[in-house]
Design a binder for this molecule. Structure first.
Ligand code: UD1
Length: 337
């Protein structure tokens, strides 16, 4: 069995990817420091797949431990690197923590993997690297805009570090996946998004409000230059995102890549406004959501949705779920929590 390391494998996208990998027949070893995840996620993964991944709880900022771990697991054939901090606001308040967490850990991993005969590496990037793109839908060729936050900067720097590593070592193969807005949960409702404290992202805020955990959703601005005045994003089911990782990994393992550093957008290609997301929620939950329009949130771009042609045609992957499917799964998950 082919063994894959998944860092941050108990996190939101990581856990769904571990499920997809195990279902595709891979053997998984997870490294997670539980800083923004829970050990209970492991039980969810086992309940869905009937397979127990290996799990090591340590912090990838520990260079020596990272080195020892990779020395011990010489049979690892590919790495999917999710472990990182992802809260935009927190990154503005504590930039050094973000650079240490997201950049140091990446460097330590790459330093060890670079010594191997060949390495296959998948990196979690984000559509945040495009900032407010000049044209919609956004292709992978769109220019990288100056980052709005240290978090966004770590994704840009991370991609650049990997690109340089690939250029220096032709046996180092990497794919950066630029996620648009992953939402939803596994259909079993055994794993999903587990925000700590008050959710910053739209969909967990909606489902928590519907359940009465939050009083009211604030919609950040309805005076944007969009059809209904609210911001537009490309919301993609997390299971579709997870499946893309398996496809990307197989592309590297089967040596199907055209370049040893490739970038793909992971989106549906369809933009939805905040009000459309609320309407989708109301449709699937058959209830009204309590929300009000408030001022714009600093740092929000007006619109961001993916051109999916490259991912569809070259990677050979396409998002399958609709926004209603995703909202339905998010709601089911919230109710089981
Ligand atoms: C955000 C980050 C992005 C990061 C991603 C990771 C910003 C500016 N962007 O994406 O870099 O990769 O999270 O999770 O923070 N909204 C409301 N009310 C809310 C919450 C959100 O109206 O309570 C609106 C936002 O204004 C936005 C949309 O919903 O228009 C989506 O917001 P969110 O889920 O936070 O995602 P992004 O901001 O797109």
């Amino acid at each position: 069995m082919v063994k894959i390391l998944v860092t941050g494998g108990l996190g939101y996208i990581g856990s769904h990817t571990v499920v997809a990998l195990q279902e595709a027949g891979f053997k998984v070893v997870i490294v997670d420091n539980l800083s923004n995840s829970s050990i209970s996620v492991l039980e969810g993964i086992v309940a869905i797949t009937n397979k127990t991944p290996e799990f090591e709880n340590f912090d990838l900022r520990d260079k020596l431990k990272t080195k020892h771990f990779l020395k011990k697991h010489t049979d690892i054939c590919g790495v999917i690197h999710f472990a990182a901090s992802k809260a935009v606001g927190e990154s503005v308040e504590n930039p050094l923590l973000y650079y240490e967490n997201n950049i140091n850990t990446l460097i330590y991993l790459l330093q060890e993997l670079d010594k191997k005969e060949t390495s296959n590496f998948i990196f979690s990037s984000s559509c945040t690297v495009y900032g407010q793109a000049d044209a919609m839908p956004i292709t992978e060729a769109a220019p990288i805009k100056p980052a709005e936050s240290p978090y966004g900067n770590t994704k840009q720097i991370g991609e650049a570090i990997i690109k340089d590593t690939c250029r220096a070592n032709q046996n180092f193969n990497a794919i950066a996946l630029r996620y648009f807005n992953p939402i939803g949960a596994h259909k079993s409702a055994k794993i999903g998004e587990l925000p700590i404290g008050v959710p910053q992202n739209l969909v967990p805020y909606i489902t928590q409000t519907a359940l009465g955990i939050r009083e009211q959703l604030s919609v950040y601005g309805n005076n944007y230059p969009t059809p209904d005045g609210t911001c537009i994003r490309d919301y993609i089911h997390v299971v579709d995102v997870a499946n893309a990782h398996v496809v990307a990994l197989e592309r590297l393992l089967n040596k199907k890549h055209q370049d040893n550093f490739e970038i793909f957008n992971l989106g549906t290609g369809k933009g939805s406004s905040v009000l459309e997301v609320i309407q989708a929620f109301e449709r699937v939950s058959i209830q009204k959501l309590n929300y009000k329009i408030v001022n714009r949130r600093e740092g929000d771009v007006i619109s961001a949705y993916a051109d999916t042609k490259k991912a569809n045609e070259i990677l050979g992957w396409k998002a399958k779920s609709t926004i209603d499917d995703a909202m339905d799964s998010a709601w089911k998950w919230q109710k089981t929590l």
